[in-house]
Design a protein around this ligand. Structure first.
Ligand code: G3P
Ligand code: CA
Length: 248
């Protein structure tokens, strides 16, 4: 199987993370896979943003599930990174699908968990809208759906059982009943944290037959080591400087 380099939130060392500017850098550098994150607002609009709050990556504040889409649309997601990105917006799910289709770019799309009083209702709305949006994804775009949250994966699986699912585990999660979670989530792909991940743990995952994509690896020597252990892919913030590792 071809090894994968996933451009984590685009190329966030070159342009503000999870913006179209960052995604355009993925195309500019010829990377095959984009990694990005989905969240939902109080009024049920789906946007591309990593953090629960707008504080770090925009000029606005507040938790996304407590905000209306107009607040999110009006946020500037660029000039915190550099003046030349002033005016960059938080992309919508629709814009992401259009972008993937235009460029035939493969994607790992992470479903963020939803919190708050209406968490379950909003989670259902998020997966429903995601499933509907995927109906117009180009057949040539390869897709992995991931989450740290098994409930989000289970909700999505009920709507789209034929897609590829991956469970994300942090270092602590991998010390627990990770294989139960994998099986319960119908996942054939595991996304472990690079921290604490040993050759022996990788071997165990391989013995179960899982594909393995490791996050987030910004050291070229660590990436080489992980590939030498047989992992299938890595998520990195420096995809522009990692792609040579998988070119033959
Ligand atoms: O999908 C890998 C990685 O994105 C998971 O962690 O917190 O960056 O979404 P996070
Ligand atoms: Ca992510």
């Amino acid at each position: 199987m071809t090894k994968k380099i996933f451009a984590h939130r685009g190329i966030p060392t070159l342009a503000p993370e999870n913006t179209m500017a960052s995604f355009n850098e993925v195309i500019n550098y010829g990377i095959d896979w984009l990694e990005t994150d989905l969240s939902i607002t109080k009024d049920e609009q789906v946007f591309i943003i990593h953090d629960d709050k707008l504080n770090r990556t925009t000029n606005r504040t507040g938790s996304i599930e407590t905000l209306d889409s107009s607040d999110v649309k009006n946020a500037d997601a660029g000039y915190w990174f550099a003046e030349k990105y002033r005016g960059e917006k938080i992309p919508t799910l629709g814009q992401l699908i259009d972008f993937l289709n235009i460029h035939k770019l493969n994607a790992n799309i992470e479903l963020k968990g939803v919190v708050g009083d209406d968490a379950n209702y909003l989670a259902d709305s998020l997966v429903k809208q995601f499933a509907e949006a995927l109906d117009r994804l180009d057949d040539n775009v390869d897709l992995i759906i991931s989450s740290f949250n098994p409930i989000m994966l289970e909700k999505m699986y009920k709507l789209k059982p034929d897609l590829k699912y991956a469970v994300l585990f942090d270092e602590v999660g991998l010390k627990e009943d990770w294989n139960l979670t994998m099986q319960a989530c119908h996942a054939k792909i595991i996304h472990p944290d690079s921290n604490g991940l040993t050759k022996e743990k990788i071997k165990k995952m391989q013995d179960y037959g899982y594909q393995i994509n490791v996050w987030t690896v910004d050291s070229i020597s660590r990436a080489r080591e992980l590939f030498s252990y047989g992992v299938d892919g890595i998520f990195t913030n420096i995809a522009d400087r990692m792609n040579f590792l998988i070119e033959s």
